[in-house]
Ligand binder design. Structure first.
Ligand code: GH3
Ligand code: MG
Ligand code: MG
Length: 378
């Protein structure tokens, strides 16, 4: 998917995809008709098994030997394989090993067919070669039916368990994601921040807020507003390193947690995000709002960025870190928007407050008063 030339529909994709995947996972494995593959060189027995198991309601495939086994399981994956031990050329033990090596059949139940005159050793060897069970035939057909049923029941239990696990993972992902942008949400950001700060990690909190977003909504409508939010989210994601976390932290506010970085690089990183958003091409507007847009003189989306860090003149504690980033963001808004302000306690003669690397402080904010106002730990 290219960054430019996208239609407004495409820009909504992450949210739609997320919702759809949740829906797909919510259907448990279907109680479909199970398919059994019988591999036996004795035609009479093959037909007998096919008839007995067909009566049980299973779909039956048959093969006289192992030569076409791989192609068969790929074309029509069985839910269970009934495998004769004594086959011409390649015997059942080896075929059993082959099936266990293939992704398609690694977990497919295999029942070996041994004849009454074969000894215990062949049953043991069969089980050790990867079979799940064996049955002595053809005399004990009731037992064959029961063993097939047990294996298929076990398989179904496994499938249900896998489905439940996948379901849980999907729900967890959804609970940690922002449906509109596909980024992490506030909860995910908080859950990442807390242990990182407790562990004393050097990190930056980069708070990014869209400028005049209310005006964008008022001028172009909420649908376009949402599309722009999605595009901003994508721009932010595109410059976030793996291991860092980009989250939609509030309505039109984003938080990036940059790990292993100190305030020395804060401004550069903030600028990276500011510029990424500046480069966004706005979606094509419907005819009737084009004139309004020209009148509104807003041809690009801009953001203000506040950065605070825990190392090199930084602060400690989650609340204070975020409040410091917020104070820096506030300063960026006050001093004209579309800019980056870094909160540093080191820069202005030991005074604490948000500061731009160049320029003067418009509103110094003291960490003490910040923490007091928040009533939390520093
Ligand atoms: P500033 O430059 O000071 O940040 O101005 P602003 O207009 O961006 O800030 P303000 O806080 O006044 O308004 C934020 C707006 O963001 C108001 C709200 O309707 C809009 N908004 C918040 N969440 C969403 C959303 O999910 N979709 C849309 N379309 N708009 C949203
Ligand atoms: Mg045979
Ligand atoms: Mg805003």
């Amino acid at each position: 998917m290219g960054e430019s030339g996208e239609t407004p529909e495409e820009t909504n994709r992450p949210a739609v995809l997320l919702r759809r995947s949740v829906e797909i996972e919510s259907a448990p494995p279907a109680d479909r008709r199970r398919r059994i593959l019988i591999v036996d060189d004795d035609e009479g027995r093959r037909e007998l098994f096919a008839k007995v198991l067909g009566h049980e309601g299973y779909e039956i495939d048959v093969l006289p030997d192992g030569s076409a086994l791989v192609a068969q399981v790929r074309a029509r994956p069985p839910d269970l394989v009934l495998l004769d031990v004594m086959l011409p050329e390649v015997n059942g033990f080896e075929l059993c090993g082959d099936l266990r090596m293939m992704d398609d059949t690694r977990l497919t139940p295999i029942i070996l067919i041994t004849s009454a005159y074969q000894d215990e050793e062949s049953a043991v060897r069969g089980l050790l070669s990867g079979a799940d069970d064996y049955v002595v035939t053809p005399s004990r057909l009731g037992e064959l039916r029961a063993r097939v049923r047990v294996q298929l029941r076990n398989r179904r239990d496994r499938e249900m368990l896998q489905w439940a696990k996948a379901q849980r993972a999907t729900l967890k992902t959804a609970a940690m994601s922002d449906a509109l942008t596909g980024l992490a949400n506030r909860r995910a950001a908080d859950e990442m921040l807390e242990p990182a700060l407790e562990g004393g990690e050097a990190l930056l909190a980069v708070l990014i807020d869209i400028d005049h977003f209310k005006q964008i909504n008022d001028t172009f409508g909420h649908v376009m507003g949402d599309q722009i939010l999605t595009l901003v989210g994508r721009a932010i994601r595109s410059c976030t390193r793996s291991g860092d976390l980009a989250a939609r932290y509030g309505g039109e506010e984003f938080l990036v947690i940059v790990r292993g970085a100190s305030l020395d690089v804060a401004e550069r990183i903030g600028e990276r995000y500011r510029n990424a958003v500046r480069r966004i091409e706005l979606p094509a507007l419907p005819e009737n709002v084009r004139e309004v847009r020209a009148g509104a003189a807003r041809r690009s989306v801009t953001v203000s960025v506040g950065v605070a860090g825990t190392a090199g003149g930084g602060v400690a504690g989650q609340k204070v870190l975020l409040a410091a980033a917020d104070a820096a963001l506030y300063e960026a808004k006050l001093s004209g928007r579309d800019r980056v302000v870094v909160y540093s306690r080191a820069v202005v003669g030991g005074r604490e407050g948000p500061t731009r690397q160049s320029g003067t402080l418009a509103t110094p904010v003291h960490l003490d008063s910040l923490a007091d106002a928040l009533g939390g730990p520093r």
